[in-house]
Design a protein around this ligand. Structure first.
Ligand code: SF4
Length: 239
C-alpha cells in the first residue's frame, strides 16, 4: 500500500481535555479564565494546519534483535519495532499502520511567541495544541481503520514510541519511512524530540480477528468525526 498524505479539519477540541492538559482537576474557574480559555483555544485552532502521513506494511517477521530483544519487522521498510510492549501490542497482527501527524509550524511559532509575552495564554495554548494534535491523530487512525476495513481486517489502538519499553530511538526511521520531513515538515533533534512539538507518531496493528481493544461502538469512538466507513452503514465492528 502506498504512502498517503492527508490534511484534516479539526474545528473543535474537547474543553475537558484542554483543562486536563492544563492540570485542572475540577477546581472552579474564574469567569475571566473561562473566557480566556475559549479565546486562546479558538486562536490555536485558527493557526493549526493538521496533517498526517500513514502507510500500512505487512508484518515480515518477528526475529528478536541482539540480546534477545523482541522485535517486529515490516515488509518493504527498514523500521523495526522493538520491545516487549510493542511485541505484545502487535501479537497476531498481519500488518501494521505506521503514522505521523502534526498541527504545523504556525502553532509552534505562536507557542514560542506566547512563552515570551503571555505565560497564562502559553499554558492554555500548549494544552489546546496537544488536544488538537491528538484529534489529528484520531483522524489519521480513522484512515487506517478504513484501510483495514477495506481488507476485512480489524485494528487495535495506536501505540507511540516512548510508550512501555518501545524506545524513542525508533523515531528517526519511523519518520524517514513516512518521508515526514518533506511531507509534513517534522524534524528531529539529537535528543529525538520532534519539531513541531505538537506532532505524534504511532503504529496501529491490523488483525484477521477482532481484538479486545478493537473499535466496538461508533457512539464513543474517537475516530467518529473523521470516519468514512461510518457513512456506508457498515461500521468497522459489524461484519
Ligand atoms: S466511528 Fe464506528 S465505524 Fe468508524 S472507526 Fe469508529 S467504531 Fe469504526
Amino acid at each position: 500500500m502506498a504512502l498517503t498524505v492527508e490534511k484534516y479539519e479539526v474545528v473543535s477540541v474537547d474543553r475537558a481535555e484542554v483543562l486536563r492538559y492544563m492540570g485542572y482537576a475540577g477546581q472552579r474557574l474564574t469567569d475571566e479564565l473561562d473566557a480566556r480559555i475559549d479565546e486562546v483555544v479558538a486562536r490555536c485552532l485558527a493557526v493549526a494546519r493538521p496533517a498526517g502521513a500513514w502507510e500500512v506494511f505487512e508484518v515480515a517477521g518477528r526475529e528478536p534483535m541482539g540480546e534477545g530483544v523482541p522485535s517486529v519487522q515490516l515488509a518493504g521498510a527498514s523500521l523495526r519495532l522493538e520491545g516487549e510492549s510493542i511485541q505484545k501490542h502487535l501479537a497476531g497482527a498481519v500488518a501494521v499502520g505506521v503514522m505521523a501527524v502534526t498541527v504545523g509550524m504556525g502553532v509552534e511559532r505562536e507557542l514560542r511567541r506566547l512563552s515570551l509575552s503571555d505565560p497564562v495564554a502559553q499554558v492554555i495554548f500548549d494544552a489546546a495544541g496537544t488536544t488538537a494534535v491528538e484529534r489529528a491523530a484520531d483522524a489519521c487512525e480513522a484512515s487506517i481503520v478504513a484501510a483495514a476495513h477495506d481488507r476485512g481486517l480489524y485494528t487495535n489502538f495506536r501505540f507511540s514510541p516512548g510508550y512501555g519499553d518501545m524506545p524513542l530511538s525508533a523515531q528517526p526511521v519511523l519518520l524517514a519511512t513516512l518521508d515526514a520531513q518533506r511531507k509534513l515538515g517534522i524534524t528531529l533533534s539529537k535528543s529525538l524530540l520532534m519539531t513541531p512539538t505538537k506532532s505524534v507518531t504511532a503504529v496501529v496493528g491490523l488483525f484477521g480477528e477482532p481484538q479486545p481493544s478493537s473499535h466496538a461502538s461508533c457512539s464513543d469512538c474517537l475516530c467518529r468525526d473523521f470516519c468514512r466507513i461510518l457513512r456506508t452503514g457498515s461500521p468497522c465492528w459489524k461484519r
